[in-house]
Design a protein around this ligand. Structure first.
Ligand code: WTA
Length: 649
């Protein structure tokens, strides 16, 4: 992607003296981390309550398997809830929850504690024990957060599955982690209609004779729609959690106790279960939330618009903010229900001061027009954040000018499911930001931009010429891929051999000042509206349809969503090309098989796919076609005339 080509690298936005005067971060933070990295992280870990202190900050002897805060013990949920109540903040609002249909609930830290304890008692009474896995398949309701915290409290490893995923995607994840319990809702609100969700769980669990690991399904009543019911297995939340005791004593777990698994797309069709543990993860989530958002409990109202089905929701709705005693908005619905004013009304209603979203939404707001935000009082905003994909300079400037009244700092935060927490970002009050640049690794973090052979790239090159690597371990780093140690090694650590660098899969460059620009994925992972989707996953869904013999999928640049999915398919012999009807059917098949987020923007039926003599599909050429460019070098193709046929379509 060449999003950076239109920006002059000398366009900079230094922090205002006013902001810098009270900012959490100072330049000295970099110096401290530089002077003694491990001592710096130990200092950050002391933001948390530890039941037993650690004996060693980092054990990297068994690299790439890290152990942070060795021998330390803590309870993650205690850190996110109990300790704030014990410190006298039980009446502070933790969550201003805004339902899609317009209902709302304010939940204090005291109430959150009672709910988490009730849920923990219920899960214990179901026989769940530390180390067991629990799948959470829920929309953005408070009970989803309560469920995650109840798991953390008991040392159960949660696997949150985005509620937009299909039954077969859920089933795959339940089976891979051998979950004993699934927590869900009866249905979910989608633009004013109640869509079934429990029914999707039933479909997932019943296929191929039933998911053997699942003993119970716990169901929150949200929409009131009818649900299929399996007596003995299924339980209503209000009849169990609602009746349970609100007293529960949290037990401390090892710093390396598994906290959650979160599946993300890789370069093959099978999603990777990214494993995160407790002490290091919570340390970095809390540290970054404090400094990067300049968060101050009691002053700020924070809103991260992500879904808990993604890592951003884990680290910046649940763990980071709650560890820092944030008061935050959690919104259940879409930005344009009932109309395009919804987000701005919410900002106004609660006086949101920190707003964290994805570039796709900013570009969507631009499309809707500036009159919409301009008809609201957004003066409470003091900081804006961006995550999930590169933000193009136009969107960055618009975001700051129209949403941020030309004054708020913008933090463009680079990180991944695997990194667990933010890694590269401006520090508000310190960094003179450039539109579109993630700038510098955060204090305590080390990154490099290198070429194929591992040599540092030259500063100031304008082409996308480097690969982003992380050359030192960090506390929130993944501890592996669930059940697949080999894939962990191969995917992230093999690329640069014995150097021990983590390969992020992103292209990057350093400008003449040494500031870092992330340019997008360099593997077969697409980024659509900030969602990671692998080309192989979509191809396999297409080939699963009886009409499709072969499929090739590419991500093509899209002005709003960053990338759009474009598929080329060859039909099976005898299948009639019914044109639009067939294409619509294939798009629906991908939505059904994976999720509506993976639905291709375009599908082209072609007679042949361009392949090299060794049988590899030439995606680069397909991307040229999809983006309407002059074709690149076709000389290695078996049959260069294939393109004439494709281009004619
Ligand atoms: C991309 C989301 C540019 C990148 C937290 C990364 C970004 C992938 C940025 C991870 C950013 C995320 N600038 N690109 N600020 N943030 N990305 O695992 O390609 O859903 O590898 O984690 O999103 O996506 P994931």
């Amino acid at each position: 992607m060449q999003l950076s080509s239109v920006v002059s690298h000398s366009e900079i936005y230094p922090p205002s003296t006013e902001f810098a005067a009270t900012a959490n971060a100072t330049e000295a933070l970099y110096d401290r981390a530089e002077a003694d990295r491990l001592a710096f992280w130990a200092e950050q870990a002391n933001r948390l309550h530890w039941d037993q202190p650690w004996s060693q900050v980092l054990d990297w002897d068994d690299a790439p398997l890290a152990r942070w805060f060795v021998d330390g013990k803590l309870n993650v949920a205690y850190n996110c809830v109990d300790r704030h109540v014990h410190a006298g903040h039980g009446d502070q609002v933790a969550i201003h929850w805004e339902g899609e249909p317009g209902d709302s609930r304010d939940i204090t830290y005291g109430q959150l504690l009672a709910e988490v304890c009730r849920a923990a008692n219920t899960l214990t009474s179901l026989g769940l024990r530390a180390g067991d896995r629990v799948a959470i398949y829920m929309p953005m309701v408070p009970e989803a957060i309560v469920s995650m915290l109840a798991c953390a409290r008991l040392g159960l490893t949660h696997s949150v599955v985005f509620a937009g995923f299909s039954p077969s995607a859920l089933r795959q994840r339940v089976d891979d982690a051998e979950a004993r319990l699934v927590i869900t809702t009866d249905g979910q609100w989608r633009r004013g209609t109640a869509a079934p969700l429990k029914a999707a769980v039933d479909e997932a669990l019943s296929a191929d004779g039933g998911a053997a690991s699942v003993e119970h399904v716990l169901v929150v009543r949200r929409t009131g729609i009818e649900v299929p019911w399996t007596a003995g297995r299924d339980l209503w939340w209000d009849e169990t959690v609602g009746q349970a005791s609100a007293e529960h004593e949290a037990e401390a777990f090892d710093a390396e106790h598994p906290l959650f698994i979160l599946y993300t797309s890789g370069t093959t069709g099978k999603p990777k279960g990214i494993l995160h543990t407790s002490g290091g993860y919570l340390t970095q989530a809390a540290y970054t939330h404090h400094y990067v958002f300049d968060h101050n409990p009691g002053r700020d109202v924070y809103w991260c618009t992500a879904d808990i089905g993604w890592v951003t929701g884990h680290s910046y709705i649940v763990y980071g903010p709650l560890a820092n005693r944030a008061t935050q908005v959690v919104y259940e619905g879409t930005p344009n229900f009932p109309n395009e004013h919804r987000h701005f009304e919410i900002i106004e209603k609660y006086g949101v001061s920190i707003y964290y979203t994805a570039p796709t939404l900013v570009r969507t707001f631009m499309k809707w027009g500036r009159e919409i935000p301009e008809s609201h009082n957004l003066s409470s905003l003091r900081l804006l954040g961006s995550v999930g994909e590169p933000i193009n300079p136009e969107a960055w400037r618009w975001y700051r000018e129209v949403i941020g009244s030309n004054k708020t700092p913008i933090v463009d935060t680079w990180w991944q499911t695997e990194t667990g927490a933010m890694m590269i970002s401006p520090l508000p009050g310190v960094t003179a930001a450039k539109p579109g640049a993630a700038m510098r690794p955060l204090p305590g973090i080390s990154a490099k931009v290198v070429d194929e052979d591992g040599n540092p790239v030259e500063l100031g090159e304008t082409e996308a010429n480097g690969y982003l690597v992380l050359d030192k371990p960090w506390p929130a780093m993944l501890r592996g891929i669930w059940g697949d140690p080999e894939r962990y090694q191969d995917t992230y650590w093999a690329r640069y051999g014995t150097r021990g660098w983590y390969f992020a899969g992103d292209g990057a460059k350093l400008d003449k000042d040494g500031d870092l620009w992330v340019l997008g994925r360099v593997d077969d992972v697409m980024n659509v509206s900030g969602h990671r989707i692998s080309t192989a996953e979509v191809e396999s869904a297409l080939v699963g349809h009886s009409a499709v013999a072969e499929a090739a999928v590419v991500g093509a640049t899209d002005a709003t969503t960053g990338q759009g999915i474009v598929a080329f398919v060859i039909l099976t012999g005898g299948t009639e090309d019914t044109g639009d009807a067939l294409v619509a059917e294939l798009k629906a098949e991908v939505s059904r098989e994976i999720s509506p987020i993976a639905r291709p923007r375009e599908i082209h039926v072609v007679p042949e796919l361009p392949k090299t003599r060794s049988g590899k599909i030439m995606r680069r050429l397909l991307r040229d076609v999809a983006e309407g460019r002059e074709l690149g070098d076709t000389s290695t193709l078996v049959d260069p005339t294939v393109f004439e046929a494709i281009a004619r379509r």
